[in-house]
Design a protein. Structure first.
Length: 126
């Protein structure tokens, strides 16, 4: 009976120690079998750097759009086709636009655009 009890104790100890080794696999440790430490850096770049890079990219884009030279016959960039750039010709003393035409104000330039194909019809700078 005593031998059976010892076998039962040793068997359960072996079972529990093997369960511990499964719970903590070798590849999750920071060192290998030779004792070398491995550093893992899974962190994403901090939010401040990402926001700074995004702001710089946007500022470069805005500066590039400000330098844009308008010419009749060119297509109006999609960025400027929003309602915030549309203006009323009467309030700005501009000629009445034709059918399917709209006045836009971009960087102190008044641009008449054909609404069908977004081509620039006329440019007036003040």
């Amino acid at each position: 009976m005593r031998n059976k009890f010892i076998i039962l104790i040793l068997g359960s100890a072996t079972l529990f120690s093997s369960m511990v080794s499964f719970a903590n696999p070798r590849f999750d440790r920071d060192d290998d079998s030779r004792g070398h430490k491995h550093s893992r850096n899974f962190e994403r770049p901090d939010n401040d750097n990402r926001m700074r890079e995004r702001r710089m990219r946007e500022e470069r884009g805005v500066e590039r759009l400000k330098q844009h030279r308008w010419q009749a016959g060119y297509v109006m960039p999609q960025h400027y086709r929003g309602n915030s750039y549309k203006i009323d010709y009467k309030e700005n003393n501009l000629p009445k636009p034709g059918r399917d035409q709209q006045w836009y104000k971009v960087n102190n330039d008044y641009i008449l655009v054909n609404s069908n194909d977004n081509s620039i019809v006329r440019i007036m700078g003040f």
